[in-house]
Write a protein that binds this ligand. Sequence first.
Ligand code: MTE
Length: 325
Amino acid sequence: MSNVILPPEWRIREDKVTPETVFNNRRDFLKTLGFAGLGIAGALNASPAWATGKMIDVLARLSNGKWPAITSLKANASFTADRPISNEKSALTYNNFYEFTMVKEGVWKLMDRFKTQPWKVEVTGLVKNPAIYDIEELIRKMPVEERIYRHRCVETWAMVVPWAGFPLSELIKKVEPQSEANYVRFVSFHQPDAAPEQAKNPDLPWPYKEGLTIDEAMNELTFMVTGIYGHQLPPQHGAPLRLVTPWKYGFKSIKSITRIEFLETRPATFWNTLIPKEYGFESNVDPNIPHPRWSQRREKMIGTGEVYATQKYNGYGKWVADLYE
Ligand code: MTE
């Protein structure tokens, strides 16, 4: 599919990338840079962020209780961020979900026909115990916890959010990969009736696909997400199951996963197939490697517009740098 001609709107517009002048105007703010990586303080199983009373339960209000709170959710205090958690409403209403629209502010308005329950996830390929899980049954079996992670989009916007989910390694242990399994491929859904861009642009390489090496998949940070801000995941964030790899650019964090496959060779992925020169398979956050059309040195937080210097591996080098040595 590499000869697909991208509709112009599929090209990320340069004016959507934070311009240099904005950074210059924020010189004072930039003085506060140099934050000391991620906080690793506190005991395990502290209260989750949503329960501290500091965050308004916007999601519950907007959704009329459609995405209920996750009961008995405990926070893993090894994963906190030394920046304020992004405003919940901003995260909920500014999304990339190209199956629906290219307009980030419009994704949440197009979710009506996208049914995420019931939902099955197939785990297949080079594993000893292939399985098809009902999502609710899978979640019940897994050690769900809350982790606050940074999220850095390749387009230079960023957020800090409390995800709920379980480490992918826990699922991998269940299915027992065979020794030839070198890669894991994640496949999203194909529902042109519910997702307007899948209907409008049928020649694009749907469904959305992503991949990791088996070592990346087994890394402690690699998180299968089922909730956000203490609630079940709303559809615009990739319900009912998405991947989150916080040291990689956000497009690796595939939403609404239907299949997980264990493979011997490197799989094709959605963006790498469409524009290989711009979106690599590995795509670790790195301020020293500019995108062909813009710098990756800085990032702008959604909601506040605050600007930070981007860190290598998005500040998660302690967990992942040895994977790439
Ligand atoms: N997953 C699917 N299935 N489709 C997408 O378009 N966009 C990716 C990623 N996962 C995408 C996806 C991109 S580019 C980003 S930055 C993040 O989702 C955005 O996640 P958020 O909307 O929850 O912030």
